[in-house]
Design a protein around this ligand. Structure first.
Ligand SMILES: NC(=O)c1ccc[n+]([C@@H]2O[C@H](COP(=O)([O-])OP(=O)(O)OC[C@H]3O[C@@H](n4cnc5c(N)ncnc54)[C@H](OP(=O)(O)O)[C@@H]3O)[C@@H](O)[C@H]2O)c1
Length: 289
């Protein structure tokens, strides 16, 4: 397929771009710098200069595409506005095409809010944390549009060789500092390894008859204490930690810091059943990081 990826140089996007190329797709990647041009070219993708916030500059390319994957995020104050501008332009451009564009939109486990003892499935109510409420609205918008055949993928917390969501703890271990825990050490995170997630994106892309919401987690919920314990063991850290309140994390790091304090479990039975997705890393303990 001819595929445009937005965010193809990011933490998740790098692995998705790599997997798309490996599977023989022709990939163009939105890029806003020379460095990102080079990163995309090294992965085998064609860089397409443009900014998520100014889709008028690049959205016409959509008419030459079979599929589009949205994985770009500014992580600034304008994160929601930039995504909305891009989605509006994509849907407008796709409406001009003879066939519905295959669109994979990225949501996230934080859209389910805290689940506690329940395991969230795609039919669970969505209670997005405030800084990501726009993502829930844009997901609904793409699913309702006749111009696209859309799947919304909700990645669990994503880790990989360089760390991903484990990065803060790995850095603390390297510096022999206590782990800083936000909220509670008993908090559960759903987890997925990045390369496994990349395969889920590709399977959904390649099956345009599959529409709607799809969760992608390899482990429903792992306590933060298990993660820090494993990192301590691997890096000769004494396992000590300090607990910071939610209020402290929000003031110091911003609204998004509520995400890692959510006690969550999320299952991916639907994705496994309908696409045959089988994560290679069914325990984070088997992976490199
Ligand atoms: N990581 C997780 O654990 C996780 C879990 C669930 C959901 N998600 C969601 O997945 C998405 C991607 O997350 P990530 O962790 O991969 O993020 P990331 O590593 O920060 O990557 C963001 C990507 O967006 C691009 N970008 C940023 N601003 C842009 C702009 N103005 N115009 C064009 N491109 C721009 C970046 O390109 P440059 O190369 O130019 O910087 C980069 O490729 C986000 O929506 C996030 O909420 C992530």
């Amino acid at each position: 397929m001819k595929v445009l990826i937005l965010g193809g140089t990011g933490s998740i996007g790098t692995a998705v771009t790599q997997e798309l190329i490996r599977r023989g797709h022709q990939v163009a990647g939105l890029s806003r710098s020379q460095a990102s041009d080079e990163r995309l070219a090294a992965l085998g993708a064609r860089p397409l200069r443009g900014d998520l916030r100014f889709p008028g500059d690049w959205s016409r390319e959509i008419s030459a595409m079979d599929g589009l994957i949205q994985l770009a995020a500014t992580f600034d104050e304008d994160m929601g506005a930039a995504d909305t501008a891009a989605i509006t332009a994509i849907l407008r451009q796709a409406a001009l095409c003879p066939e519905p564009l295959r669109l994979i939109y990225t949501g996230g486990c934080w859209l389910y809010g805290a689940t506690g003892p329940r395991v969230a499935s795609e039919s669970s109510p969505m209670r997005p944390i405030k800084p990501f409420a726009w993502m829930h609205r844009n997901a609904a918008k793409v699913l309702a549009s006749p111009a696209v055949s859309a799947a919304v993928i909700h990645p669990a917390m994503v880790y990989h060789q360089e760390g991903g969501v484990f990065s803060r703890y790995l850095e603390a271990a390297r510096q022999r500092m206590p782990f800083e825990i936000w909220g509670s050490i008993a908090t559960r995170w759903p987890l997925v390894q990045r390369d496994d997630l990349a395969r889920a994106y590709c399977l959904l892309l390649e099956n345009p008859q599959l529409t709607g919401h799809f969760n992608a987690s390899a482990q429903d919920g792992v306590q933060v204490s298990e993660i820090t314990g494993e990192i301590a063991r691997r890096h000769g850290h004494d396992g000590s930690y300090v607990v910071r309140s939610l209020k402290h994390a929000l003031i110091k790091y911003g609204d998004w810091a509520e995400g890692p304090t959510l006690d969550q479990q999320m299952g991916s039975d639907k994705l496994r059943r309908l696409t045959g997705w089988q994560p290679q890393f069914t325990s984070f303990r088997d992976a490199q990081f």
